[in-house]
Structures are given as C-alpha cells and as structure tokens.
Design a protein around this ligand. Structure first.
Ligand SMILES: [Zn+2]
Ligand SMILES: [Zn+2]
Length: 436
C-alpha cells in the first residue's frame, strides 16, 4: 500500500482518519493547513492526498491547483473532503484538479472503496476505457427520432417525441449521432449499465440546430469526471462548435456552463471528410440544409450505417418555380449532379437513417425549409441500393398514424421501383442488431 497525505485543520478528524487508513495498510502523513500539506506533498510525493476544502493557508481549491501545476505531482490522486454539499463546490473542486469530492462525515467504507478504485485505476496506467468486452453485440438504437422540437404525448407514443439521437455500438466504440432531447435517456441507460466503469464516448454532431444539441446539458455521463467524451462536428456558418455548444449553457439558460462539466470533454472541429473512431472508419458529407450540416457514414466490421438527419434534395429546391426556363434547367442539372453524389455517399449502406419529414403534398408548402419528403428518400434509397431505410426526423405535426402511413407509402414506392430496400420508420427504443 502507498502513502496517503491527510490535509485537514481538524486534528481529531486527522487522527481518526489516520488510524483507519493505517489499519488498512497505508503509510499516513498529516498536515494541518494547506501550505504545510503542499510542502509535504512535494517532499514525499504521496500516492493519494485527502484534502479538506476549507482550511487556513490555502483552501482545498488552491491545494488542487498548486499540485496539478507541478510536473511531478500531476499524477497524485486528490480527494477533496468538505462539509458542504453544493454542486458548484464539487464542480469547482473537480475543475481545480480533484479526482473526487467526498462530503463529510466521511463513511469509512465509501472512502475505502474510493481509494481502491482510484489506486487500481492508476495501476492500469491508462484511463482510456477498454469497453469492448462488456459492450453488447453491435447494434444501432434510436433514442430520439423527431425533428425540430420534442413532441411528447399520446399521439406520438409509438414512434416517440424526442429529437435526434441515435446510438451505435460497434468495434468496441459507443458512437452517438446528435444530442437532441433523446440523449437524456441514452445517458441514463449508459449510467445504469456501466455504473462506476469509466466510459469513452464519441458524439458526432450533424449540425448545431437546436433539435440536434438541446439534450446535451442533460446527458448524465458528461457529469462523471471519469468519463471521456469526444465531440466531433464541423464549424458552423457563424461560429465554432465550442461557442455554439457553450452558448446554450450560458447562465440565462442553464445553471452549469460547458466548461464546468466535469467529464473529460474534447471538442474537435473536423476539417477532413474522412476520419476514424477507433477501428471504425467514418466519412462525412455536406448536405443541402441551411447553415453547415453533414451526414455521416460509418463503416464498422458489422456493417455500414449512413445517418443523414436533415437534408433537402438539391434538385427539388432548384426545380422551382419554372423548370422550363433554360437557366433554371442548367441549375437543375447541377442540382441533380449534387444529388447523385449524395446517392454515391450512401450507396450500398446496410442501414440508412434519413430525413423524411414531409409527404409530397406537405413538401410543396415547405420548399426551402431544408427537409426531404418521403417520396424522394424512398427513390434515393432504391437508387443507392440501400438494404434498410429508416425514415427519420419525423415532423412534429405527424402523429403515429401519419408516420405509419408514410412507411406504407415509401414501401409502395420501393416496390414500384422494383427495389428490395426494407423500409421502417425510426422509433424510440428500436434496436437493430448489426451483422445479421
Ligand atoms: Zn433537425
Ligand atoms: Zn437542421
């Protein structure tokens, strides 16, 4: 067992904790204030520092910052202890560099468990989570399927009312498409399933319209400092990803800022259209939708998944209002060329999850809104020889019956075209096993 340093101005508590930890095999050092604690940490380089929050000559926040600033003390595990249970204190302690925050009175069992976990993790040498063995078989699971705004209620019970969020598990990765309101339930599922086990997650953002990011502040795994979350997406039309994501968490809208979130979050603005997530090959494609918006395609060992949540076919937009005009005709030809490129992007996909917000008649009054109609999507899926199509981004005005009618209509189109694409509508909770 290693050395533990207790920094606390309460001598009785120091003595009691010291005795308990000594019995557990720890070499115990004690300091009665922050400055003395920092000196002892420098001279003895303990494995763990148990540090009170409020004490003279450097409070716990300052001790954390000081130890983290020193090269040879960066690996020391710091547990901040405090009689205060404010969430902001906990967040600030973690932000200052603490690994954990314990509220007094300290429960001996809880402290022992915590020490075991912290020191065991150190011996692994890498906090990256080896999640492969515990993940289920490769799958795709829908957590939010609605476009524009959440629409919970009796009329959307079957397909669901949460906005865009789709989970992919494959090749040892958990990859999340978009952070609409559906990501809240995904977060709860992950927290329940993996409990104390640290998670390594990747969130791919198609774009930052609110229905694709609004659930992020409620994603529980982001509040666990042991988790790693990589957020990937493209810089928006007017500002970068970080600014947009933090903007929705500023104080007028939300009590905790993005920078205060304790998980290890890395926001990466993508520049290339091809990249990798572990062993998964990923590609992105800019689609026709207001602002900067992409679709993604993942190549996993269990199959390929294309996710295009918001998209309006180019040719539809350009066909208006007078397709016989020669200048319009050139424009339409260009647009059809662009649409063919999208078809190539999704070509042969095992699963295609695609914006099918409107029916043909509705689309006529929503031209230029950035969304597709079911007819176009069904035709595109057949053209691209997609194996399974999931209609997605359901219109907030569509009840379950309407969505089912759209599925039937899309199946009819596929059949008329002689295609063999299987058509379903995405619905919350639906789980598709990959790889047969
Ligand atoms: Zn959307
Ligand atoms: Zn959008």
């Amino acid at each position: 067992m290693g050395t533990i340093l207790i920094i606390d101005d309460d001598s009785a508590l120091r003595a009691l904790l010291g005795q308990i930890l000594h019995q557990s095999g720890w070499e115990v050092l004690e300091a009665e204030d922050g400055e003395a604690g920092i000196q002892l940490a420098r001279s003895h380089r303990p494995e763990v520092v148990l540090c009170d929050l409020l004490m003279p000559r450097c409070n716990g926040f300052q001790v954390c910052r000081c130890l983290r600033a020193e090269q040879n003390l960066r690996d020391v595990k710091i547990i901040v202890t405090s009689g205060r249970s404010y969430v902001t204190d906990r967040l600030h302690a973690l932000e200052a560099g603490a690994d954990e925050y314990l509220v007094k009175p300290i429960q001996t069992d809880e402290l022992r468990r915590l020490l075991k976990r912290l020191t065991a993790r150190e011996s692994e040498g890498d906090t990256r989570v080896l999640t492969v063995p515990v993940y289920q078989a490769p799958l795709v699971r829908f957590w939010g399927v609605r476009g524009s705004i959440p629409t919970p209620g009796p009329s959307t019970m079957f397909y669901g009312g949460n906005t865009s969020c789709v989970e992919v598990r494959a090749d040892g990765e958990i990859i999340i498409f978009d952070a609409g309101s559906g990501i809240r339930a995904l977060g709860l599922q992950l927290s329940q399933e993996f409990k104390d086990q640290p998670l390594d997650l990747t969130l791919l953002l198609s774009h930052t319209h609110w229905d694709h990011i609004q659930g992020f502040p409620f994603f529980m795994p982001a509040y666990n400092p042991r988790n790693r979350l990589r957020i990937l997406g493209y810089e928006g039309a007017t500002q970068g990803l970080f600014r947009t994501l933090s903007g929705q968490m500023e104080s007028p809208y939300f009590p905790i800022g993005l920078e205060e979130i304790p998980a290890n979050i890395r926001i990466e603005e993508l520049r290339d259209m091809e990249f990798t997530i572990g062993r998964v090959k990923a590609r992105a494609w800019f689609v026709n939708h207001p602002g900067i918006c992409v679709g993604y395609r993942l190549e996993t060992s269990a199959g390929s998944i294309a996710y295009v949540p918001d998209m309006e076919p180019f040719h539809r937009l350009r066909s208006q209002p007078n397709p016989n005009d020669t200048s319009v005709r050139a424009s339409v030809e260009f647009a059809m060329h662009e649409d063919r490129k999208l078809a190539e992007f999704i070509d042969g996909a095992d699963l295609l999850i695609m914006d099918s917000q409107y029916d043909e008649a509705e689309y006529q009054s929503h031209i230029g809104w950035g969304h597709a109609c079911v007819d176009d999507v069904a035709n595109l899926a057949v053209l691209a020889r997609v194996k399974q199509l999931f209609l997605f981004h359901h219109d907030p005005a569509h009840d379950d019956e309407k969505v089912s009618r759209l599925v039937a209509h899309a199946r009819q189109i596929v059949s008329d075209q002689g295609g063999d694409t299987v058509v379903e509508a995405a619905r919350e909770g639906l789980e598709i096993k990959l790889g047969g």
